[in-house]
Design a protein. Structure first.
Length: 267
């Protein structure tokens, strides 16, 4: 992936295809390549030029281990859009990436043609705060969970029971999570501090770009009622909910998610 200096950091990104620009923004701890198996091919087939990026905190983008703000990631995405020819671009984000897209649409409406916001929220709630604080405490104390236990907890938090019902599929996911392990780098640890934030729902009433908010019915990390609140706050926003999908719904139910993306982004 090319690395360019933008917004004061070295930013890794990848672009493929021709047509109008779509920028895909990943969530906490995940590299941009997670979009490539499913969403990138679907969007390219729909005639788009598709850009993915490694958010600050994810090497080879600068890790910024000293800390970061959501505004920094918004600035990175804005700078990438300008680097790739300027806006407005179509923007898609999931989890933390959806928050980046929301704030980008608010701060730089000139750069956002329309946005898809998946597994998102406009406020924290007590359970999400407790989970986030617990995860950070484990890392800060150097506690490494046993691999298979970490895999099981991660699967239960991020995947739908419908996905885990199939023993073969469940074993495949467990293997992936166990291989990944619970250790994180300094940059991802800095990203994790972004999980707690002030209530932004009132601010989102000023977003003018057309938005589609997608909730995943079995999401335990950011339950769909939080996504629906974002849709209710943004004027004219549409809300869609994907059944039998957890926090990783775009990987669990790619056909349905891609249909929603393409239909909205080509409208």
């Amino acid at each position: 992936m090319p690395v360019v200096t933008l917004n004061g950091i070295n930013l890794s990104h990848h672009v493929e295809g021709d047509g109008d620009l779509v920028v895909l923004i990943m969530g906490t701890g995940s590299p941009g390549r997670v979009w490539r198996p499913h969403q990138v091919p679907a969007l390219r087939a729909a005639g788009f030029r598709v850009a993915t990026l490694d958010n600050r905190g994810i090497p080879p983008t600068d890790e910024c281990a000293g800390g970061m703000r959501i505004e920094d990631l918004v600035g990175d995405t804005a700078a990438l859009i300008e680097h790739l020819g300027g806006g407005p671009a179509r923007v898609v984000g999931t989890s933390m990436g959806a928050r980046v897209a929301q704030e980008l649409a608010l701060a730089r409406p000139d750069l956002v043609d329309r946005a898809v916001l998946m597994a998102t929220a406009g406020r924290n709630d007590p359970v999400q705060n407790a989970l986030s604080r617990g995860e950070r405490a484990l890392h800060d104390k150097g506690i490494m969970l046993p691999g298979r236990y970490y895999a099981a907890v991660t699967a239960l938090l991020n995947l739908s029971p419908a996905t885990l019902r199939d023993p073969v599929t469940a074993r495949d996911w467990l293997d992936v999570f166990e291989f990944s392990g619970s250790a994180v780098g300094a940059g991802v640890r800095a990203q994790m501090d972004l999980n707690e934030f002030e209530n932004r729902l009132d601010a989102y009433r000023a977003i003018t770009a057309p938005c589609l908010v997608v909730g995943f019915a079995d999401d335990r990390v950011l339950p769909p009622h939080l996504a629906r609140e974002v849709a209710d706050a943004i004027p004219g926003a549409r809300y869609a909910e994907v059944a039998d999908a957890g926090h990783y719904g775009f990987l669990e139910r790619p056909d349905e998610v891609n249909r929603l993306l393409v239909d909205f982004l080509t409208a």
